[in-house]
Ligand binder design. Structure first.
Ligand code: KG4
Ligand code: ZN
Length: 398
């Protein structure tokens, strides 16, 4: 069975052709990161417009790379939530039109299930029960997988997603967007014990995550060390200097800093450098902050995952989502799993960040059961996974 999948939930337009659960014939990703970089984050309205322009050529490229014709597809899979509603609607409308004209089943896929199923593309025989940690720019959640296709939510973030925290901390100290990969790269060159980040504990004893405390601590450290938009290589400082002519153009570094918030401190959303500076220009203290923050964030993620895996008596652990690219997280979770005797599966980076191959991978489960989605399926920006409230909206098509 061959599935054409489309993913447009955030800022990547992606299309893939996957055969028989895990043979990826093509997986094309058109990234919008250059469009959003200057704003320091994803701008939803721009994202939808970019998807409209990119979806048709991306699907054509995926078919061409797979050496397949549209009529050779057996089903069309598409992300219908969670995500940005305008972005989701672009992919969903396109997929519905294709499915209708081809007279093939449409399968609406939960983006979070897609991230989890990405692990099965390269390791179809992952043993159950398992726990899956999904960590991305929009989500941070732990699921129990008692058997194939079954998900139970164990914990989720009460505030920011892990990737969002990486991005905000990087932005705060002028490292550009998206910040996760930059922090990952710089952290090994810094002192991870220079700043002591507090690890959150839930008062109710739950396994939920919280990243707002780490983010606030990063802001405090950055302010007290004068790292907020104030160091010589910081892109905004460099920009302002360029406008002034020479580095000695009469403007002090503090004058070149962005405006302060009404409270006198700077809020995380105000620092918005356009580009990352060259790694060689980043001062030691910023490297130390990256290393210390990453150590704390990874400890929190690993500690919760180990607790969940122990509690559920699992055989396997899955790590997925964009933040699963983080080398420290991969290494520390691998050591913890090896010690406990659990098999860890982390997809390769291209299947960790948003992609359509993972959406196809998730679509095979309902398709094999003879289920598909109705053509009036709507986008659901807050779609959940693993709760009773979101029983899959499918119809039998055979
Ligand atoms: O899964 P994804 O592509 O999109 C969402 O569904 O959000 O994840 C993107 C997130 C961004 O926040 C990015 O900074 C983060 O993943 N990320 C990383 C790394 N690579 C990507 N975070 C930490 N370390 C990395 N190496
Ligand atoms: Zn994602």
């Amino acid at each position: 069975m061959r599935v054409l999948a489309i993913e447009t939930s955030c800022d990547e337009t992606s299309a893939a052709v996957v055969e028989d659960r895990h043979r990826v014939l093509s997986n094309v990703v058109a990234s919008q990161v250059e469009v959003h970089r200057r704003y320091g984050g994803v701008v939803p309205e721009l994202a939808s417009r970019c998807h409209i322009e990119a979806v048709d050529p991306t699907v054509r490229t995926a078919l061409r790379e797979a050496d397949c014709a549209l009529r050779e597809m057996d089903a069309v899979a598409v992300t219908y939530g969670p995500g940005l509603v305008g972005s989701l609607l672009v992919g969903l409308s396109f997929a519905k039109a294709l499915a209708f004209s081809l007279e093939k089943p449409l399968v609406g896929v939960n983006h979070l299930e897609g991230h989890i199923r990405s692990a099965f593309l390269e390791a179809p025989d992952i043993a159950f029960p398992a726990v899956a940690l999904v960590v991305s720019g929009g989500h941070t959640a732990l699921y129990h997988l008692p058997a194939e296709g079954r998900y139970r939510l164990l914990a989720r973030t009460r505030d920011d997603a892990a990737g969002e925290a990486f991005d905000k901390v990087a932005k705060l100290v002028g490292l550009g967007y998206p910040g996760g990969p930059v922090i990952d790269r710089l952290a090994p060159t810094g002192d991870e014990r220079r700043f002591l980040f507090p690890l959150p504990r839930m008062a109710d004893g739950s396994m939920d995550f919280s990243f707002s405390g780490l983010k606030t601590a990063a802001l405090r450290f950055a302010q007290s060390e004068g790292l907020v938009a104030g160091w010589p290589g910081h892109p905004e400082v460099a920009d302002q200097r360029g406008a002034q002519g020479s580095p000695q153009g009469g403007q002090s570094l503090s004058e070149a800093s962005p405006p302060q918030s009404p409270q006198g401190g700077q809020s995380l959303s105000e620092a918005s450098p356009p580009q990352s500076p060259p790694d060689g220009e980043v001062p030691p203290l910023v490297r130390d902050l990256c290393a210390s923050f990453q150590r704390a964030a990874v400890r929190l993620l690993v500690e919760r995952t180990v607790r969940a895996a122990r509690q559920e008596g699992v055989r396997s652990v899955i790590l997925a989502g964009g933040v699963a690219c983080n080398s420290r997280l991969r290494a520390d979770l691998a050591s913890a799993c090896a010690e406990a005797g659990w098999t860890l599966k982390v997809p390769r980076p291209v299947y960790c960040t948003d992609n359509a191959a993972m959406i196809a991978a998730a679509a095979f489960l309902p398709l094999e059961r003879g289920e598909s989605s109705p053509l009036d399926l709507n986008a659901d920006p807050v779609l959940r996974l693993g709760g009773p409230e979101n029983a899959r909206r499918t119809l039998r098509h055979k």
